[in-house]
Ligand binder design. Structure first.
Ligand code: ADP
Length: 511
């Protein structure tokens, strides 16, 4: 089985969130099951710098759609045997910083062109229009940046089968009609049964409509996105495609996230040697300028966006101050949250530490040094930080949504399938979050029960090998299937259309 992974980020080449983690760890996990997996990524400067030796193996002619020369560079995903191809087109990808937006947080103005070019390069490889002999049986594309890949492949009779994974439905790649025209896409794709979305062009619909199989990163999120509350206007379409849609939980990359071998920690530990977690807390307090205190240390690491419920935590700060805890926050994202956090950090400087920025090593040290990890996300496709927290014996407090529901089992109301490992709250309110934190703080004062809860989480298996086997099962026997359009005669006449009409604040957000 030959599989081409097409993605806009993959750790350790470039990562802005969970998408990068998954695309860096799933390919080697699939390779270990005996598949021939290759990874295609844009040649951003960070990827070129991290990739190690690369050799130019091809040029891809994308005329008449794009004129710059596109080179294909070949290497390996660092630390793995996965063959890596980088699409090298300096005008599109040679810019510093975040792959999606400029330093001021605004999306690069040519994002549609950049990722359309990347998609066309992927299609050329998939259909054998290059000098490469290797042809995939399956093309596996990820998130809106690669949504055009299944759409462009769909009309080719010799195409491979396609899988499209939704890592976060809130990010859809929405562009004006003029962009659709500028990209010289086939006019038949301008239809609400194809790429059109409320008079605009949607990249993600290319994946959702045209891929042979859809996956998302947890079983619960697969159900949620078929409902108006979580569907970001696409719930009707996803419900229509429900037979093709599978929820497969993300895993932990144990090469990167393992407290027994983590090079970022001052003291390494495991469930059997839990006492050795202890020195990580004063080391973290010291690093963050917090006083050395035995009080519970709460933590939050993540993108500072509305999705993550940062505002719920901000509202709780006076109540947390009264409880005598410490709180460490690491993240970057929207200006309003960054500014608000900097401001409160100055007010509560003796117990609240805020680090605005992206720091992989500090994220590891926070997971190891903290006692409790907060994830009050409004929606969470899978969530990796709660998995890292479980593995690091840092008890998670999470909102009952998406993958958080699938992976965290409340000590007082455990799920039937998972041993208790944390604290879960159901209402999207600061009061509900605080009530869950209070339950956690009460248990923290009972060291034996607390240690049992930590060990329970540390011993649960959220490894990639389980999830990789599920992807392998999905790929097995997958053949290209003709696209069936939703049963819609006139605009607005069907449930599908009804679902598509809704928009949300989050749908307008962009990664
Ligand atoms: P999302 O994909 O929505 O960002 P996930 O929980 O699935 O959320 O994955 C987030 C990943 O990004 C984790 O590996 C987390 O440690 C990492 N991460 C997020 N923000 C930061 C940051 N500021 N510094 C270091 N790592 C971060």
């Amino acid at each position: 089985m030959k599989v081409l992974f097409v993605a806009s980020e993959a750790y350790p080449l470039i990562k802005t969130g969970g998408l990068g983690d998954v695309c860096g760890s799933l390919p080697p996990a699939l390779l270990a099951t005996g598949m021939d997996v290759r990874l295609l990524l844009p040649a951003y400067p960070a990827a070129l710098a991290q990739a190690g030796p690369l050799k130019p193996v091809d040029t891809i002619d994308l005329r008449p759609y794009f004129h710059p020369t596109v080179r294909l560079l070949e290497g390996r995903l660092p630390g793995t045997r996965v063959k890596l191809w980088l699409v090298d087109c300096p005008p599109a990808f040679n810019r510093a910083g975040n792959p999606y937006h400029a330093a001021d947080g605004q999306p690069w103005p040519d994002n549609a062109e950049r990722f359309a070019l990347f998609a066309r390069a992927a299609v050329a490889l998939a259909l054998g229009w290059t000098r490469q002999r290797w042809r995939p049986d399956i093309v596996h594309a990820h998130d809106w940046q690669t949504g055009l890949v299944p759409a462009l492949l769909a009309s080719d009779p010799a195409r491979p089968a396609t899988v499209f994974t939704i890592h976060n439905l809130a990010y859809q790649g929405i562009f004006p009609r003029a962009t659709f025209d500028a990209l010289r896409l086939d006019p038949s794709l301008w239809s609400f049964e194809a790429l059109e979305f409320h008079g605009q062009m949607s990249f993600i619909k290319g994946g959702l409509v045209y891929a042979d199989r859809l996956t998302t990163v947890s079983p619960n999120y697969a159900r949620e996105i078929q409902t108006p509350r979580f569907g970001h206007g696409l719930d009707g379409l996803l419900h229509w495609r429900r037979d093709a849609l599978h929820g497969i939980l993300n895993g932990i990359d144990r090469r990167e996230w393992n407290p027994a071998r983590d090079p970022h920690l001052v003291s390494r530990y495991s469930a059997a040697k839990l006492g050795a977690k202890g020195p990580n807390k004063p080391a973290l307090q010291n690093e963050l300028g917090l006083p050395p205190s035995p009080q519970p240390l709460l933590a939050l690491v993540g993108r500072l966006v509305w999705q993550k419920g940062i505002d719920l935590v901000l509202e709780l700060l006076p109540a947390l101050a009264r409880r005598g805890v410490q709180l460490a926050i690491l993240g970057n994202g929207e200006r309003e949250y960054e500014t608000a956090l900097r401001r409160v950090a100055a007010v509560y400087r003796d117990w609240l530490a805020v680090r605005i920025g992206y720091d992989e090593g500090l994220a590891h040290r926070i997971e190891a040094g903290a006692d409790l990890f907060l994830m009050p996300s409004r929606f969470e496709p899978c969530g990796l930080n709660q998995l890292y927290s479980l593995h690091y014996g840092t008890v998670p407090v999470v909102h009952r949504v998406g993958g958080l529901s699938d992976t965290v089992s409340d000590i007082d109301h455990p799920t039937p399938v998972l041993k208790p490992n944390g604290f879960v709250f159901s209402q999207e309110t600061p009061a509900a979050l605080l009530a869950a934190i209070d339950r956690a703080l009460a248990l923290y004062r009972q060291p034996t029960r607390w240690a049992a809860l930590q060990r329970s989480g540390m011993r649960q298996d959220f490894s990639w090998s389980r999830s990789a086997a599920k992807y392998a099962g999905l790929y097995a026997g997958l053949r290209p299937t003709p696209v069936r359009n939703p049963p819609v005669k006139t605009r607005g006449s069907s449930r599908h259309r009804a679902g598509v009409r809704r928009t949300t604040r989050a749908a307008a957000a962009r990664r």
